[in-house]
Design a protein around this ligand. Structure first.
Ligand code: FAD
Length: 409
């Protein structure tokens, strides 16, 4: 055998598995047909968060005078916003490339395929390995009648390469990707309309989170159509099932992702988005950690975060999952002094509780992801609400909202 492990795909699942296995002294070869870091680093998590940060700075600058800051403020330069995103991605990727190299993983930049359970083919060469790990990720899902053309109908990959922002856009789907792009584009002045097939926006979130986001969108002028979808496109004019007609400059289809999985047989380990389970980078990373380091994790407590203003974060049971034996607590972010200092008083911390334990946490707030992690610890380790109350939360913070919330239990 040439190597003990052969990994196809250098995204979060593949590189996490590779680095850990190599650190344990195994010989590892990793094949990547594009760039190390995968979707997350090159087309997903990192570039969108860079755009979101620029959008946030822009929004904050527009209200600077309200906070006593006088600036000669003109506008934004989208080509520079894009340059900054490219530089950020490159910086993060270079650091990863070095970590992978230093760990001892041999990386081959080529498309690979599985010939048999011990043979990987790449560039007309055969590599003999003891175990194969497929971590090939996923690709944007195409919808019938809304096939990507990179010009009018865009995927989440295409939208990253825009040179100029459209005046108006229709976003199909209000999951994490659709929501983050709605936030980026609307902050930069694009007129955003969303169509969502489900009854509420962000259908995987707690119902009250969805409803609050709908209220915020109404205030911000982001239009949305629920229980609706594109029925027909004629000369770039779009007719929705509801009969509504819209004429956006572009369409972004953000209706999920299709797993890319070279199915062979049970001898192949499949990790990350390829599995078609939870398509999140931290899920991919944790799956790879479980496989390589034996660190267990509870899939049901995989956190979800939607970035932008305000952040949305949740884990565990939702309102729509529970019966009368659970109680819920709602704590408004307006009650926190820090939120007023930051002009970010929109949102709530919602907890689903039973027998003095937390089973679900749903947060809309600045820093929601950080608040969630404390709650996640309590949920996973079954720390009771009484024990949680013993923590001295710093003031003024958003996290002290946890204390205020559990005092309502
Ligand atoms: C716009 C967007 C924003 C996102 N934001 C977030 C976020 O904020 N937080 C979060 O947790 N998740 C986010 N995600 C999801 C996240 O990117 C994925 O869940 C994560 O990248 C999955 O990791 P993976 O290793 O399974 O697959 P990938 O990251 O897709 O990596 C798979 C790799 O395999 C390579 N590959 C495929 N086939 C072959 C082959 N035959 N030979 C060689 N190489 C191959 C691909 O080139 C790719 O590099 C986002 C996704 C998108 C699209």
């Amino acid at each position: 055998m040439d190597f003990e492990y052969g990994i196809i795909g250098g995204g979060p699942a593949g590189y996490t598995a590779g680095i850990n296995l190599a650190k344990q002294g195994h010989s590892v070869i990793l094949f990547e047909k594009n760039k190390l870091g995968g979707t997350c680093m090159n087309k997903g998590c990192i570039p969108t968060k860079s755009f979101l940060h620029s959008a946030e700075i822009f929004s904050n600058l527009k209200k600077a005078a309200e906070f006593g800051i006088n600036i000669d403020f003109t506008n934004f330069d989208f080509s520079k916003v894009t340059d900054k995103k490219d530089k950020t991605v490159e910086k993060v990727r270079k650091a990863l490339e070095l970590t992978v190299k230093n760990s001892g993983v041999k990386t081959i930049y080529a498309e690979a395929s599985i010939k048999d359970r011990n043979t990987i083919l790449a560039e007309n060469k055969e590599y003999k390995v003891q175990h194969i790990i497929a971590a090939c990720g996923s690709k944007p899902k195409e919808l019938k009648g809304l096939e990507f053309d990179g010009d009018f109908i865009l995927s989440s990959d295409d939208v990253l390469n825009l040179k100029k922002l459209p005046k108006s856009i229709l976003i199909v789907g209000s999951g994490a990707i659709g929501t983050e792009w709605a936030r980026i584009l609307s902050a930069f002045g694009t007129e955003v309309t969303i169509t969502e097939l489900a009854e509420h926006l962000i259908p995987t979130a707690d119902i009250e989170v969805s409803k609050r986001i709908e209220r915020i969108y109404k205030q911000k002028g982001i239009k949305f159509y629920l229980n609706d979808c594109v029925e027909k496109i004629e000369n770039r004019s779009i007719k929705l099932k509801s009969g509504e007609e819209i004429l956006p400059e572009m369409i972004l289809v953000a209706a999920g992702r299709t797993p890319v999985c070279p199915i062979f047989d049970d001898s192949i380990t499949i990790l990350g988005d390829s599995c078609g389970k939870i398509q999140l980078a931290h899920f991919a990373i944790h799956q790879a950690k479980e496989y390589t380091l034996g660190i267990p994790f509870e899939e049901r407590l995989t956190p979800s975060v939607i970035y932008g203003e305000p952040e949305i974060a949740w884990a565990g049971l939702r309102e729509q999952d529970i019966d009368d034996s659970y109680t819920k607590i709602m704590f408004p972010i307006t009650a926190l002094g820090k939120s007023w200092c930051d002009d970010a008083a929109e949102g709530f911390i919602k907890l689903i509780i039973k027998n003095n334990l937390i089973f679900g946490a749903h947060i809309i707030s600045k820093e929601a992801s950080s608040i969630l992690h404390t709650l996640l610890l309590a949920m996973q380790q079954q720390i009771s609400i009484d024990k949680l109350k013993e923590i001295c939360f710093a003031h003024p913070t958003y996290s002290e909202g946890i204390f205020d919330a559990i005092c309502r239990a």
